[in-house]
Design a protein around this ligand. Structure first.
Ligand code: ARG
Length: 476
C-alpha cells in the first residue's frame, strides 16, 4: 500500500477520499516514458560513480525494459494507491528486480524527479509543436502563393480601408506563426535544464555527476554543454518554464483565434469570400440550408481555455514558499490540456487551410476555396482607393492635409450620387482640383492602388512575391 512507500511512521492508513484527492497517477501516467528515461540516466550515473553496482544498473535496465513493454501492451496495472507515475513505476521495478529497484532512488527525491519528468516530456511536445507550426505556415504560404493577385478590401475597425492582396493577408498570419515558433524554441532552452540532483530541496550527500545525467538526457546547449539547474531550492520548486510555455501557447492560440474570426466572417453569406471544405463544417438539426464553421468557432473558443490555463498556472505559483509544495502537482492537467489543445488546433488548421495531401497526385486538396470575384466586388465598395486619390493630388503638389480634405468632398459627392470615385466624370473630379488628369483612373483602380504600395512590407504584388520567396526558402 501507499503508506509503505514512505515509512512505518503512519499509525493509520490514508482515507479513501484523501487517496483520491492526492493521487495524480491517472493523469501523470502520460509522462511514463520521461520517467523511465530519467530513471535510467540517473541509474547509469549512479553506477558510473560506483554508488550502486553495475549489476544493479543492469537489473534496473532489464526491469525498465519489461515495464516499458507492459505499459505499451496496456497490461501495466496503474494503482491509485501508489499515488503517482513515479511510485507506480518504482514499485513495479522493485517487484521485478528486487533490491536493485530499491537502490534506484538513491540521491534522488520525487521532487527533482517530477521536475525532470515534466521538462523532458514538455521538451518532446515542443518539438512536435514546432513541426505543426511549420505545417501551418506552409499551408498559409501555399494559399498565399496562389492568391498574390487576388484583391480584397483591407479593413480597419472592420470598415473598408484600402485594397490588399489576399496573399499579403495570408502572409500576415505566417509572420505571427513564425514568431510563435521562435518563442517556442526560446522557451525550449529554459525547459531543457536538468533539476535532477537537487534531491528533495538541498542537494544530496552522494557524489552525483549531474552533468553526466544532463548529457545522457540531451539537456545540453548549442555548444553541447550540459544544462543543469544551479540552485537546488529553485530546481525543485519553480515551474516558470511551464508558465512560459503556456504563455507562448496562449499567444499562438490568440493568433489562431484571430484567423478563425476572419474565416468565420469571410464564410458568412454577406461576405462570401471563402469556403472551407465540408468536412470541417457541420449542419443544423433544424435549418436544412446551414453549413456552420464549427472548427474555427471551436478554435476561437478553445483559446479561452488555453488562456485560462495560463492564469491557472501563474496563480498556482504565486505565494508558494521555497521549496517544493504539493501545489505543484496541479501544474499537470492545465499543462497537458494546453499541449493537447494547441496540437489538435494546429493540426486541424494546417489541413483546413492547405488541404490534405493526395498521395496519388502528390498535391494537396480540399483546402480553403477563394472567391476572387466576391472579394473584388467588396473591394470596389466603400471607397477603398480614396487614399490613392489623396496621394495622387500630393504628387501634383498639394499638401497632404489639403488633399485629404479635397478627397473627402469628392467621396461625399460620389456617395450622394451612389457611385464609385472612378465613376465620377473627369470634369467633375477636376472641379475639386484642376490638376486632376485622365491618369487618375489608373491610380484609383484596385491594381493601381496595390502596385503603388511597393515599399518593404507593403501589399504591392511585387513585394508580396519577395516575402513569399523568403518564407518558401525558410520553410523548405
Ligand atoms: N506527484 C507529485 C507532483 O506532481 C510528485 C512529487 C511529490 N513530492 C512530494 N514530496 N510529495 O508534484
Amino acid at each position: 500500500t501507499k503508506a509503505e512507500a514512505w515509512s512505518a511512521l503512519f499509525s493509520e492508513p490514508m482515507s479513501d477520499l484523501v487517496k483520491r484527492y492526492t493521487s495524480s497517477v491517472f493523469f501523470d501516467k502520460r509522462m511514463w516514458q520521461a520517467d523511465i528515461q530519467g530513471s535510467l540516466a540517473h541509474a547509469e550515473m549512479l553506477s558510473a560513480q560506483k554508488i550502486i553496482g553495475t549489476d544493479d544498473f543492469a537489473s534496473i535496465q532489464k526491469g525498465m525494459a519489461q515495464i516499458t513493454s507492459e505499459i505499451e501492451a496496456g497490461s501495466f496495472e496503474w494503482k491509485l494507491d501508489l499515488e503517482d507515475v513515479h511510485l507506480n513505476i518504482e514499485a513495479r521495478l522493485t517487484a521485478l528486480v528486487g533490491d536493485a529497484g530499491k537502490r534506484l532512488h538513491t540521491g534522488r527525491s520525487r521532487n527533482d524527479q517530477v521536475a525532470t519528468d515534466v521538462r523532458l516530456w514538455l521538451r518532446g511536445e515542443i518539438d512536435l509543436i514546432e513541426g505543426l507550426l511549420k505545417e501551418l505556415q506552409l499551408s498559409l504560404v501555399e494559399v498565399a502563393a496562389k492568391n498574390v493577385d487576388v484583391i480584397l478590401p483591407g479593413f480597419t475597425h472592420l470598415q473598408v480601408a484600402q485594397p490588399v492582396s489576399f496573399g499579403h493577408h495570408m502572409l500576415a498570419y505566417v509572420e505571427m506563426f513564425k514568431r510563435d515558433a521562435e518563442r517556442m524554441l526560446d522557451v525550449r532552452k529554459r525547459v531543457n535544464v536538468l533539476p535532477l540532483g537537487s534531491a528533495a530541496l538541498a542537494g544530496t550527500t552522494y557524489p552525483l555527476d549531474r552533468e553526466r545525467v544532463a548529457k545522457t538526457l540531451g539537456m545540453v546547449n548549442d555548444q553541447g554543454e550540459a544544462c543543469v539547474s544551479q540552485n537546488s531550492l529553485d530546481g525543485v520548486s519553480d515551474r516558470d518554464f511551464a508558465i512560459e510555455f503556456t504563455a507562448a501557447a496562449s499567444l499562438c492560440m490568440v493568433h489562431v483565434s484571430r484567423l478563425s474570426e476572419e474565416l468565420i466572417i469571410w464564410m458568412s453569406q454577406n461576405f462570401g469570400f471563402i469556403k472551407i471544405a465540408d468536412r470541417f463544417t457541420t449542419g443544423s438539426s433544424i435549418m436544412p440550408q446551414k453549413k456552420n464553421p464549427d472548427v474555427p468557432e471551436l478554435a476561437r473558443g478553445k483559446t479561452g481555455r488555453v488562456v485560462g490555463h495560463l492564469m491557472g498556472l501563474i496563480t498556482l505559483m504565486k505565494g508558494q514558499p521555497l521549496a517544493y509544495n504539493k501545489d505543484n502537482q496541479e501544474d499537470k492537467e492545465p499543462l497537458f490540456d494546453t499541449v493537447d489543445t494547441l496540437k489538435d488546433t494546429l493540426r486541424i488548421f494546417a489541413e483546413m487551410i492547405g488541404g490534405q495531401l493526395n498521395p496519388a497526385t502528390g498535391t494537396k486538396e480540399g483546402g480553403i476555396t477563394v472567391n476572387a470575384e466576391n472579394m473584388r466586388a467588396a473591394a470596389l465598395k466603400g471607397y477603398a482607393t480614396a487614399t490613392d486619390l489623396a496621394d495622387y493630388l500630393v504628387k501634383k503638389g498639394l499638401p497632404f492635409r489639403d488633399a485629404h480634405e479635397t478627397v473627402a468632398h469628392a467621396v461625399k459627392l460620389a456617395t450622394m450620387k451612389g457611385v464609385d470615385l472612378t465613376e465620377l466624370p473627369l470634369a467633375e473630379l477636376q472641379a475639386f482640383n484642376p490638376n486632376i488628369e485622365a491618369d487618375v483612373f489608373e491610380a484609383l483602380s484596385l491594381e493601381g492602388s496595390l502596385n503603388a504600395r511597393n515599399t518593404l512590407g507593403g501589399t504591392a504584388p511585387a513585394q508580396v512575391r519577395i516575402q513569399l520567396a523568403k518564407h518558401q526558402a525558410r520553410l523548405a
